[in-house]
Design a protein around this ligand. Structure first.
Ligand code: AMP
Length: 424
């Protein structure tokens, strides 16, 4: 085909059922965040490349291979954000949000990663994330996890599992790291190229490898749990205790280290068996070092991000049902005066809160009624020049409620209610 196509891995969202699912998920997110007292934050999709190099880490898949980076005409290296935690931290430092303050934030929007596109994995995708800055205890980690589980409840999702781990303090990780370098160093020949490189820079990330040929060597590696410091253990117990009290099931997954370098202590992931290979719906954890790493004062922080494409796919498989109301009224206008007066009628009805699709482009009654049917409206209001002269309108039910009537124009509103079809 010679026409211009969308960029590979970037999707158009066309009008229809799918958009309604997006709306439903977005409203559930707004409801959820307000139930938990989190405040929305919006940051630019473009940031300085340096931000992601310093936060996510140079030796990560994202920074090494997946970023959309370019130099603008002013010579600055800029990157389309691959995730938004770094942006929240950058904005928080820049605007003094963390200055002696504790703050709960959320964001939602598009992210960009140059990955190999497949079902559930795109180059432009969307995330909703929540972040809490200024608390270092297990209470807020648990709050975030409970909050994410409430989103599943709000959306009617059942088949989703929580995996949990603690990756400890930086000191404990350093000790474990040494142990791991020793272990992988002895079996270097079994490592793939990426992992051999990471052995010197970030050996923990070898555990995160998706290469199935390295499954055994990873399974037999030393376990981080054996190196956890006492404070991290107590912290982790505090998280587990609260989840138990909240009735949230979880599975400890020792191999869960998360792809990003800035995590400390609690890490978690929600996965499902309904989405094939791309099973992770939500990932999160504590990242106490990031704010300082990006030039702010030391500020403990914790958060998560949910992939909206995967969540919406899950809702369509499990949560089902559309909720949003269709159009109330299709306004059919026949004749020159009616077309002009239609502007006034439509405006009045919309001011009263009815959704109105007004006929545009003329057409005879038959044509307009066809359009009315296609619009999905509950009823048609038919206004011709005769009706204008008589001060009336015709109400014609389109979806099986009541029979056609002619009513006074002054009493449209009281007559309409009997014809509305409620969505459920
Ligand atoms: P991450 O920022 O990598 O921890 O990812 C958090 C969540 O975002 C994942 O659990 C996925 O649901 C989603 N996600 C990450 N990468 C992609 C992608 N390329 N396409 C679609 N969703 C993604």
């Amino acid at each position: 085909m010679s026409g211009i196509q969308a960029v590979r891995g970037m999707n158009d969202l066309l009008p229809g059922e799918r958009v309604r699912l997006w709306h439903r998920v977005e409203s559930a997110i707004r409801e959820l965040t307000s139930l938990y007292g989190y405040q929305e934050m919006r940051t630019p999709v473009l940031e300085r490349t340096e931000l992601f190099k310093r936060s996510i880490g140079e030796q990560t898949d994202i920074v090494e291979k997946e970023m959309y980076t370019f130099t603008d005409t002013g010579g600055d290296s800029l990157t389309l954000r691959p995730e938004a935690t770094a942006s929240c931290v950058r904005a928080g430092i820049q605007h003094g949000l963390f200055h002696n303050q504790q703050t709960r934030l959320w964001y939602m929007g598009p992210m960009f990663r140059h990955e190999r596109p497949q079902k559930g994995r795109y180059r432009q995708f969307h995330q909703f994330g929540a972040e809490a800055f200024g608390w270092d205890g297990p209470d807020v980690d648990a709050e975030l996890i409970i909050m994410s589980s409430q989103l599943w409840a709000l959306l009617g999702i059942g088949r989703i599992t929580l995996e949990l781990n603690s990756i400890g303090s930086p000191a404990a990780r350093a000790e474990y790291r040494e142990r791991l370098v020793g272990y992988f160093g002895e079996r270097k020949a079994e490592l793939d190229d990426d992992s051999q490189r990471r052995l010197g820079s970030n050996p923990l990330r070898i555990l995160d490898s998706k290469n199935s040929e390295m499954k055994t060597i990873i399974e037999e590696a030393p376990q981080l749990a054996d190196y956890l410091d006492d404070e991290s253990k107590t912290h982790f117990d505090g998280v587990k205790e609260r989840l138990n009290r909240a009735g949230i099931d979880f599975r400890i997954n020792q191999r869960l280290v998360r792809g990003l370098d800035y995590y400390t202590r609690t890490v978690f992931e929600w996965t499902t068996d309904l989405l094939g290979a791309q099973s992770a719906v939500c990932g999160g954890g504590r990242y106490d070092l990031l704010v300082e790493q990006l030039g702010g004062k030391p500020t403990p922080a914790t958060g998560y991000a949910i992939g909206l494409e995967r969540l919406i796919e899950l809702v369509s498989l499990q949560g089902g049902g559309e909720e949003e109301g269709a159009t109330d009224i299709y306004l059919a206008l026949l004749g020159e005066t009616a077309e002009l007066e239609g502007v006034v009628i439509a405006h009045q009805l919309r001011t009263e809160g009815y959704s109105v699709v007004a006929n545009c482009g003329g057409g005879n009654l038959k044509k307009q009624m066809k359009r009315a049917d296609r619009s999905g409206a509950s009823m048609a209001l038919i206004v011709g020049d005769d009706e204008i002269n008589a001060g009336t309108v015709v109400i014609k039910p389109l979806r099986g409620v009541g029979t056609q009537v002619t009513v006074e124009r002054d009493s449209i509103q009281s007559s309409i209610s009997g014809f509305l079809v409620e969505e459920n």
